[in-house]
Design a protein around this ligand. Structure first.
Ligand SMILES: NC(=O)c1ccc[n+]([C@@H]2O[C@H](COP(=O)([O-])OP(=O)(O)OC[C@H]3O[C@@H](n4cnc5c(N)ncnc54)[C@H](OP(=O)(O)O)[C@@H]3O)[C@@H](O)[C@H]2O)c1
Length: 281
């Protein structure tokens, strides 16, 4: 019997309507485990930018999936996650599963704050999600038929959000994952151009990949009149973190789940079959 089943206290899923959180919440509910969604739109509301909301979301919970927003690489993320983890432990939510990113100093500092919080922790340090092409900021570009980014030959071992969710659910339901660090990647790395070509092929549509210079990318972001901190974050992610430092595969999915990670092709075929990318099904 796990900690969660013993106590039957809710598991708080931060970002519980987002790419990984939604999947985790669905799986836990299917197992009849009590779940509370933590996001600005949930009741009670949880907002990373308003610390007055944190205690209300944590009231009575036994465990938390910690997904920071907008990005664990953003300045101040580690301090916020550390403060949240301390409060969670003080309020009795002492089982924490952190969603982290690779090759990002601020994210690695956030991991340390969770390890030092006194919680029973599991760290899921993940590569880029495949679902960024279908449930996030790259979907519009795919639908418009042109994905334009300042990344060329760099390869990324995209990971499936379903694999991340499976690992998080395992962490909440099996005590052998306490104190474990899992680096989760897909089974191979591909360039963004190859990812877009795969999507175009399975969707049966023409979708171009265009490599931008850093200056062109900055100009495009400025044209979209995005907030400056979001522009800074995107510039950092695309021009600093995507420099090849993460071009290595890991066995994290195998270690956490005892099965291979899902391949980009399988992800793309399944999404194409839903029709959300348009084109021939
Ligand atoms: N995307 C990737 O490829 C990737 C890779 C590795 C690691 N990560 C990490 O994963 C984390 C989540 O990123 P994501 O891209 O997957 O986002 P996401 O979970 O899809 O983000 C959406 C979720 O966050 C909630 N949210 C938005 N603003 C919030 C706020 N101010 N306070 C609380 N909740 C808020 C949304 O609900 P409401 O709108 O209701 O608030 C929604 O539930 C980040 O820390 C990132 O560093 C991402």
């Amino acid at each position: 019997m796990t900690v969660t089943q013993q106590s039957m206290k809710p598991i708080l899923i931060l970002g519980g309507t987002g790419k990984t959180g939604r999947r985790i919440a669905e799986q836990l509910v299917a197992r009849d485990l009590p779940v509370r969604i933590g996001s600005r739109g949930s009741t009670p509301s949880f907002d990373w930018e308003n610390r007055a909301t944190w205690a209300g979301a944590l009231e009575g919970v036994g465990a938390v999936y910690v997904s920071y927003y907008p990005d664990l690489a953003a300045p101040g993320a580690a301090e916020a996650v550390g403060a949240f983890a301390k409060l969670a432990v003080a309020m009795g939510g002492n089982r924490l599963v952190l969603l982290s990113g690779r090759g990002e100093p601020e994210a690695q500092r956030a991991e340390e704050t969770v390890k030092q919080s006194g919680a029973e922790w599991t760290i899921l340090r993940c590569s880029w999600f495949m679902q960024n092409f279908s449930e996030s900021f790259m979907l519009d570009a795919v639908l418009a038929g042109e994905v334009a980014l300042p990344v060329g030959a760099v390869r990324e071992p995209f990971v499936d959000a379903d694999d991340i969710a499976d690992a998080a659910v395992a962490a909440f339901t099996d005590n052998r994952h306490i104190g474990q660090f899992y680096e989760l990647t897909g089974p191979r790395f591909i360039t963004f151009a190859e990812a877009v070509a795969d999507i175009a092929e399975v969707a049966g549509r023409e979708i171009r990949f265009v490599e931008l210079t850093t200056a062109q990318f900055a100009a495009r972001l400025a044209e979209q009149q995005l907030p400056q901190d979001l522009i800074d974050l995107l510039m950092m992610l695309f021009t600093e973190v995507l420099d090849g430092r993460n071009e290595h595969l890991t066995d994290g999915v195998e270690r956490a789940l005892g099965r291979p990670a899902r391949d980009f092709r399988d992800y793309a075929s399944a999404v194409a079959a839903t029709g959300i990318w348009g084109g021939a099904k």
